[in-house]
Design a protein. Structure first.
Length: 648
């Protein structure tokens, strides 16, 4: 501005006029658009008014969704006298988006389903695809991942068919997100990469950066930290090039998480602090709170309790301000745990009880269980053994509830997939049977007609032979019917036998899975009980120490008991009869431990679950798997799960 003053008055006038014109053209296009739609609403015919209302609904759906709903009510009035399915479907689609911004997801689903049905009647495949893509997003927001995944797959196939780049990019992005939430990590990475290719064609670097960050987060879940860092640094480079402070801070926090997982606390702190400074400068309180919480967690784990308390308290202040109940409960628990480690039991109890109260109100069962456990420890250390026992019991009960819920959901999901596959097989079999029956009927008709024609021709000269031919034909039909009835009876008997065998196999598989889960749950409970008894034994009097040692030995004997494994082996061999013999044929030197490990891999248990069943540390399982691969002569690129699954 000071440089402009150095020019002559005429030049200054021209420059300022140019600036004003630039501001006018850039500041008022949205107002002009709304004004033009409003004028059309006042002066146009009914169809023009309805089109204007759709435009106004869309104009306000993100910034003023309540106003969009008001225009929607006017549209409904005009629709009574002007039935137009195309305009109705467009209006319902935009109103659904407005309801998304109002977080009324149920209403949004209703509108989108009706819009989809209208567009299907109009045979508008592209518009149907867009509605299904939006439906997928709403179900994702509702937490119904399976339905969201179903709709996005349908939408994506259409957007690819018509090579609609913008819709392809959105659908692939969403399919990646939903696949990740469903634990389909390979599919998520595949569609994130496909989306990146399309967004690069669209020259949308910001979204490419987001997708790279998402891929990095998947590799965190897979424990592949070097790959996670690689993708997060790529994302950081793009966001820094675009100068998007919010995205830069988000990726810096992700990189901090990577280094935290790699146990590199100094680098993790460096990136958390960098993210915090950016969020602080941009006034992003929510992400400031998360950064501070991460910093406090590292200080707490490294024994710097005063520093940890300082940053956790700052995080809590911001979360209390933002009314983030779920996250606030976690921060209260972290602060309470830090005070517990520091030995300040009064403060620890205060924050643990606060966390418990918030977690119970928010329905966060896992967090409540963790708080119960820590609270029991505080009461035990302060000599209130009655309260300590009460909270330990509450912890165990809630832990069992959460554990059972998770396993029941997993089993139900497996059962649902199995039943779906069986229904599809049954449908295919019915179609096949129907085709066979139709062919038989056609052949029978042809045969009868042929015989009749032949009989009529012969009857003209050989009346006697005609009678014999009729008798032969009747006998053939009787034999054919008997054979057909016998075949149907044999088929039904075979199906019944297969059904009984399938039921027996399912029952044995459920017995086997239930037994493995019970072993895991029992070992976990005994290990936790042993840890608590060891802690209590260290603080107990000399008179009680022998009792604690005796209890500890009893628990050890129970943990090492072979009875559970004998029952497990019995169930397992009933379902997988040749499994152990096939493994020993590959390497007769396999130990009992190797065979047990293979059996648990056959059940598709992960490292943590396997470690719990075998009563060892997860790292021991990793080492045991490595040794097992060598004993089985597997190549480096071979997958152990696939190898074991094919045995027997």
């Amino acid at each position: 501005m000071t440089q402009i003053l150095n020019y002559s008055p005429i030049v200054r006038y021209k420059i300022l006029l140019g600036i004003l014109l630039f501001i006018s053209f850039n500041a008022f296009p949205q107002i002009s658009k709304e004004d033009s739609l409003s004028r059309l609403l006042q002066k146009g015919d009914d169809k023009q008014k309805m089109e204007a209302l759709i435009g106004l609904i869309k104009f306000h759906e993100k910034t003023s969704p309540e106003k969009s709903l008001e225009y929607g009510e006017i549209f409904k009035v005009l629709l009574q006298d002007n039935k137009d399915d195309k305009l109705k479907s467009d209006a319902w689609f935009e109103l659904a988006i407005a309801n998304i911004y109002l977080r009324d997801y149920d209403r949004s689903v209703e509108l989108l389903i009706e819009a989809t049905e209208l567009r299907e009647k109009l045979d508008d495949e592209v518009s149907v695809s867009k509605a299904k893509s939006q439906l997928a997003y709403v179900y994702y927001r509702k937490g119904d991942m399976n339905t969201a995944y179903k709709y996005i797959c349908e939408a994506q196939s259409v957007s690819e068919k018509y090579d609609d780049k913008k819709m392809m990019a959105v659908d692939m992005y969403r399919r990646g997100v939903f696949s990740k939430r469903l634990g389909k990590y390979e599919e998520a990475i595949l569609y994130y990469n496909k989306a990146i290719e399309v967004y690069e064609l669209l020259d949308d670097e910001e979204t490419v950066g987001q997708l790279l960050g998402n891929i990095g987060n998947i590799f965190i879940n897979l424990g592949q930290m070097e790959k996670a860092l690689k993708y997060h640094f790529k994302a950081l480079e793009i966001h820094e090039g675009n100068g998007d402070s919010s995205s830069i801070a988000g990726v810096l926090n992700d990189i901090g998480n990577d280094y935290y997982k790699l146990k590199n606390d100094s680098l993790a702190l460096d990136y958390y602090f960098r993210a915090y400074e950016i969020n602080k400068n941009t006034g992003n309180d929510i992400w400031q709170a998360y950064n501070l919480s991460n910093i406090g967690t590292i200080y707490s784990e490294t024994g710097k309790y005063d520093e940890a308390i300082k940053y956790l308290q700052k995080s809590i202040l911001l979360k209390e301000k933002g009314k983030d109940t779920k996250s606030l409960s976690v921060s209260y628990a972290s602060l309470g745990s830090t005070y517990l480690e520091k030995g300040d039991y009064n403060e620890a109890l205060e924050y643990l009880l606060k966390s418990q109260d918030l977690a119970e109100k928010s329905g966060i069962e896992i967090s409540v269980a963790s708080v119960f456990k820590k609270t029991a420890i505080v009461y035990s250390l302060t000599g209130n053994h009655k309260k300590a026992y009460e909270y330990q019991v509450r912890y165990s009960m809630l832990q069992d509830t959460v554990f059972n819920k998770e396993k029941i959901e997993a089993i139900n999901e497996i059962q649902e997939k199995y039943e779906t596959a069986e229904k599809e097989k049954e449908i295919q079999q019915l179609k096949f049977d129907k085709d066979i029956q139709q062919k038989r009927q056609v052949m029978l008709v042809i045969l009868v007609l042929s015989v009749l024609v032949f009989s009529v021709l012969i009857a003209l000269n050989f009346l006697v032979k005609r009678r014999k031919d009729k008798q032969i034909l009747a006998q053939k039909e009787i034999v054919h019917k008997k054979e057909s009835d016998l075949a149907i009876l044999e088929l039904e008997q075979t199906k019944q036998k297969e059904l009984e065998l399938r039921k027996e196999s399912d029952f044995k598989s459920r017995q086997l899975t239930t037994h493995a889960l019970n072993m895991m749950q029992k070992n976990k409970l005994l290990q936790e009980l042993q840890d608590n008894i060891k802690g209590l034994g260290q603080k107990s009097s000399l008179e009680l120490k022998p009792d604690f040692r005796r209890i500890n030995l009893q628990i050890n004997r129970n943990l090492k008991s072979e009875n559970d494994w004998d029952v497990f082996k019995m169930y397992f061999e009933q379902v997988n009869k040749n499994f152990y013999s096939s493994l020993l044929a590959k390497n007769p030197e396999l130990t009992n431990y190797d065979l047990r490990l293979c059996a648990l891999i056959k059940l598709n248990l992960n490292i943590k679950e396997t470690a719990s069943v075998l009563n060892v540390a997860p790292n021991s399982i990793k080492s045991a798997r490595y040794r097992l691969r060598k004993k089985l002569g597997m190549e480096q690129e071979d997958d152990l799960y696939d190898f074991v699954r094919d045995v027997g």
